[in-house]
Design a protein around this ligand. Structure first.
Ligand SMILES: [Fe+2]
Ligand SMILES: [Fe+2]
Length: 321
């Protein structure tokens, strides 16, 4: 796939060959379609007597000095951030989906419909996450601070090559599924409403990950070897930018937690909180994607060994910290 520069028409041939896969995404999207109020929220409010983000993602069980109530509060702050980060990334994901749908406007109408549904779902998900933030803000003390603004992040991300943006999107939408099946679905103790939000979200994300792969491979077919090498550099810069947001959010969330926890923390406890929350965020948004076997197979199939080495070297300090 990356040995030679393919002819321009290969990109449209790609979507024709894969029409059946686009069609399966449409039928799955129709089958699982849900409504924010009727299916997800159902008149409920968030209950602070239950944790939000499961331990497998939040890592709060690694902080032995926290009481059960403090560990629950930290999982709720992380759960609030989890919804915020998804709303944040879905702003640029949706803009990119709308942009690449242009290639299908006068071509494959099945591919176009699949991407239009994808976009419609991401708009709905962003609304859901805004609703969740409003609900959390009603029951938690003031002072929560998001580290980045969705449109500013989208401006930066959309300035990078489409190959890199689709690679990052595929990465995010695959680890979303990993989080759900490995950590969220099996956890019987977390808030039922918070769990429902991510159960319904997961149902629509399954199709998105399939479409990301189709579109990423289609985009790959348009690139020369030089363009792809530049795109790999862009992908590395995007992951570094994600890490910058995670560092800012980890700091903000620990400050919020220590301000509202109702007691003082020693310097050692404070540094353990900083370290564990940053490690948890890096695991949630970077490490769990890097360990996703399908994502790594796909990335390896689209890149040369030297490019995979460059990616590995860029990831190492983030994942070993
Ligand atoms: Fe989504
Ligand atoms: Fe999605």
């Amino acid at each position: 796939m990356n040995a030679t520069a393919p002819l321009a028409h290969d990109a449209s041939a790609h979507s024709t060959i894969h029409t059946g896969r686009y069609a399966r995404c449409i039928s799955a999207s129709k089958r699982v379609r849900w409504d924010i109020d009727a299916d997800v929220i159902r008149g409920r409010q968030l209950d602070l007597s239950q944790p939000f983000l499961p331990n497998g993602l939040s890592k709060v069980d690694e902080l032995a000095f926290l009481s059960a109530a403090e560990a629950r509060l930290l999982s709720q702050i992380q759960g609030r951030t989890y919804a915020y980060i998804f709303g944040l990334v879905e702003r640029f994901i949706n803009a990119k989906v709308l942009e690449i749908s242009r290639d299908h406007w006068l071509e494959n109408q099945t591919a176009l419909e699949a991407l239009v549904r994808f976009s419609d779902e991401e708009l709905k998900h962003q609304e859901l996450f805004r609703r969740i933030e409003d609900m959390v803000a009603r029951v938690m003390p003031a002072g929560y601070r998001p580290a980045a603004e969705a449109n500013a992040v989208a401006e930066f991300v959309l300035g990078k090559s489409t190959w890199a943006v689709l690679g990052l999107t595929c990465f995010i939408e695959l680890f979303t599924q990993q989080h759900y099946t490995a950590s969220i679905a099996p956890d019987a103790d977390i808030s039922p409403l918070w769990k429902d939000v991510f159960t319904f979200h997961w149902k629509e994300e399954c199709q998105h990950a399939m479409l990301d792969e189709l579109e990423w491979v289609r985009e790959d077919g348009k690139l020369t070897a030089d363009e792809r090498d530049h795109a790999v550099s862009d992908l590395i810069e995007l992951v570094a930018a994600v890490d910058g947001i995670l560092q800012g959010q980890a700091t903000a969330d620990v400050e919020y937690f220590t301000a509202i926890a109702g007691r003082g923390f020693t310097a050692e406890e404070r540094s353990a909180l900083d370290a564990v929350v940053l490690r948890a965020y890096r695991w949630q948004y970077i490490g769990s994607g890097v360990q996703h076997p399908h994502f790594m197979r796909l990335l390896t199939s689209l890149t040369a060994p030297a490019q995979m080495t460059r990616i590995g070297e860029a990831l190492e300090p983030i994942l070993q910290a």
